[in-house]
Write a protein that binds this ligand. Structure first.
Ligand code: DGJ
Length: 713
């Protein structure tokens, strides 16, 4: 595994990961051409060479070659990687190969290829960082203005990926809405473009920046899959462009919609990362690689291998009606269940009695908490739990002290209405004083109280994104400045309070991406806590993100959203598939429910290492039928957990055995089903499977398998 360079008459780079190779070459006209991406081939001479000028038929050369990173200029009509306007109003960009550099400093090797528009001294650095063990390549671009005049960037993608020729490209992607995020959709890509994007200022509930492309026949365990995921928490887009020769180019990065960036002399613009990979082992392998990549390379240092605590969150129980007495009562109950972290949600500050007031006024509401938060926090700590707090720092209500003081702090255009959504405005994080205000209030909270967890919420998308003081060249920079401001605050807080866990929330799953995950430890996936609905949301989530990141709560039945009634066992089993939380009103739970909840928390603590750090297998995905089965196997493969959910059973319908995966063939595994102990080999569990006794509607089972040293049956 390495970055090999061929340096004869033709220059080529071979980016080798454990199982794949990615090849780039420079042609005689100094264009950078993409040559190959896929499985390793036996000989270097097997890989294709650059296309030569003379080989270009009727269509122009730039349209024929697979440009590794295409500028907008010359005779080009495809989606560009970079589009600029120079100060003299020239809008033509010519990028030619200049040189390259190899970096081998941290645990990864990085190749940087330098391109230059020499007439204007605009340098473009293409970065390729190899995540060798997971067959992934992180790509991003730095643009340096080494000229003497400003340049206006109109479009800048992080990477363009070229796929090999495939008869039918099938795209898998995640779409959704509030309370229905990360649902899997699959379509065949026809000629032309398919665009996934967000223009809402946040990653969005509607689309998540993940994709997978196969030939329509790959399954969970077999088939070639190309897949990728973007690390950006603002406006983004991924464009799938199948040209008239049937070839697919995938470009992604910051959305160029309403975007412009002024790059002054000596300044550098760095794009977010776009990571992608290739596997021959289907969607399951692709997901597992992304999961482990996130644990090892993305999550903040202190969070990646620490087990997530079981938390209690009071939102669904008390909504805005929080007070010291009520929270203490809930805390006692939560502690008795074995909860490790007690989180006080919305409503504790300012005049926040509903969603019409208070956002922005981050002082403790003394009517609700007469002894400040200190008394509640000490109480929670004495009960043996850590304390966590909800904040929504980027927002302000019109009805708040902050808005009265600083009405100019929100995005707006002069002489135009300011649209409210959930009765609130978005603060302009492009303004330094706003960033300081947010940092200061959270710093004060963390410095004053013993807070070990922050739930960072963001409950509305942007509108009227005006920034009155900015120059006319910088007006459209706000989309990027906001995200940069947010990242800056989180980075500073994390540095100062490395032990604090941060959860990203945006009205549920509106801000889930690799950018926010570099700064937060986990995400609130959806406000939809109905366990059955949640199964599909969690399944979609699992294609792109690790179970450890996924927070899931057990809430009350009937569910507040759809009134569905589900057993407590079922609700626990669904929530235990990621980071477990409890969010019901414990005051209303019966003795039997409390007893079962205690048992389930004990059970979860025994298996959470397997769930949070193991390999996840979607054995029976929801779209295949009536049964859903998901398995988790630990690193040593001596322990596994199986979750099975039955939707509804027709009379006489026989349920198929569940065929397990990821176990060692000749290891013996013991499990218990309905008080019966059963021992089977890994091979038998894979080939014959395991019978699960499920009945009726919405039944579920959690089965734990452990390796046995010898047969004792
Ligand atoms: C939206 C979140 O997703 C909920 O969990 C809760 O925190 C509310 N906001 C509070 O306003």
């Amino acid at each position: 595994m390495s970055i090999k360079i061929l340096n004869n008459d033709e220059k080529k780079w071979f980016l080798e990961t454990k199982n794949t190779v990615y090849v780039i070459g420079v042609d005689e006209d100094k264009n950078l051409q993409h040559l190959y991406w896929g499985e390793k081939l036996p000989y270097t001479s097997d890989y294709p060479g650059v296309l030569l000028l003379k080989e270009s038929p009727f269509d122009n050369f730039e349209q024929i070659i697979k440009e590794e990173f295409s500028p907008w200029g010359g005779i080009r009509y495809k989606e560009p990687g970079l589009k600029v306007i120079y100060e003299d109003q020239v809008r033509d960009l010519i990028l030619k190969y200049k040189t390259y550099k190899l970096i081998d400093s941290d645990k990864c090797k990085t190749l940087i290829i330098y391109l230059i528009d020499s007439a204007y001294n605009l340098e473009v650095e293409l970065n390729y960082r190899l995540i060798e063990e997971y067959d992934l390549i992180e790509r991003w671009v730095n643009i340096k203005n080494k000229g003497s005049q400003s340049v206006q960037i109109k479009q800048i993608l992080s990477a363009q990926w070229h796929l090999p020729d495939i008869q039918n490209y099938r795209l898998s992607y995640l779409y959704g809405r509030w309370a229905g995020e990360t649902k899997l959709s699959r379509i065949e890509l026809g000629y032309g473009k398919k665009v996934l994007e967000s223009r809402r200022g946040i990653t969005s509930h509607q689309f998540n920046p993940w994709f997978a492309v196969d030939n329509g026949q790959a399954d969970e365990d077999i088939g070639k899959v190309y897949y990728g995921i973007l690390g950006w928490s603002g406006n983004w887009k991924i464009v799938f462009e199948k040209d008239s020769y049937g070839r697919l180019q995938i470009g992604g990065g910051i959305n160029d919609f309403d975007f412009s960036w002024q790059l002054k002399p000596n300044e550098c613009f760095v794009t977010p990362k776009f990571v992608a990979g290739h596997t021959t082992n289907g969607f399951g392998d692709a997901s597992r690689k992304l999961h482990h990549y996130q644990l090892d390379y993305i999550l903040p240092g202190n969070a990646n291998h620490k087990i997530r605590p079981v938390l209690y969150n009071s939102w669904e129980a008390t909504s805005f009606n929080v007070n010291e007495e009520g929270q203490k009562k809930l805390a006692e109950k939560a502690a008795s269940l074995g909860v490790e972290l007690f989180v006080l949600d919305d409503g504790w500050f300012g005049e926040r009695n509903d969603d019409t007031a208070g956002l922005g006024d981050w002082y403790v509401n003394k009517k609700k908490f007469p002894h400040d938060l200190t008394s509640l926090i000490s109480y929670v700590n004495e009960l043996g739990m850590d304390f966590g707090l909800w904040v929504e720092p980027e927002m302000v209500n019109k009805n708040s002290k902050l808005y009265n003081l600083h009405p100019d702090w929100v995005y707006h255009f002069p002489n135009r209405p300011r649209s409210e959504s959930r009765n609130q405005f978005v603060l302009n994080l492009a303004k330094k004083e706003v960033v300081e205000y947010i940092y200061d209030f959270i710093n004060t909270l963390l410095g004053t109280y013993n807070i070990k967890f922050i739930k960072w919420d963001m409950n509305r998308p942007f509108s009227e994104p005006g920034w009155s003081e900015a120059s006319k060249f910088q007006q459209q920079e706000i989309w990027v400045c906001h995200v940069q401001g947010l990242y800056q605050i989180l980075d500073r807080l994390r540095r100062k309070y490395p032990e604090v866990i941060f959860e990203s929330c945006s009205g549920g799953g509106g801000r889930i991406d690799l950018g926010i995950l570099q700064r937060t430890d986990q995400v609130w996936v959806s406000d939809n806590t109905d366990a059955f609905d949640r199964l599909k949301i969690q399944e979609g989530f699992s294609y792109a993100y690790a179970p450890k990141i996924m927070m899931s709560w057990v809430t009350d039945s009937p569910n507040w959203l759809n009134q569905r009634k589900l057993s407590l066992e079922y609700r626990f089993n669904v929530a235990m598939m990621g980071g477990l939380g409890i969010g019901g009103n414990l005051n209303n739970w019966s003795k039997n429910e409390i007893k079962l909840a205690k048992e389930k928390v004990i059970q979860y603590k025994k298996i959470r290492e397997i769930i949070q750090h193991g390999d996840q297998y979607r054995l029976l995905p929801s779209w295949k039928g009536n049964l859903i089965a998901v398995e988790y196997v630990n690193k040593n493969k001596d322990k596994a957990v199986l979750f099975v959910f039955l939707h509804s059973q027709q009379f006489g319908e026989k349920l198929p055995p569940i065929k397990l995966n990821g176990l060692i063939s000749d290891f013996l595994y013991q499990y218990q089903d309905d008080n019966k102990k059963i021992i089977l080999s890994g091979k038998a569990l894979k080939e014959i499977g395991l019978k699960v006794n499920l009945k009726g509607d919405f039944d579920s089972k959690l089965i734990i398998l452990e390796k046995q040293n010898k047969r004792n049956d």
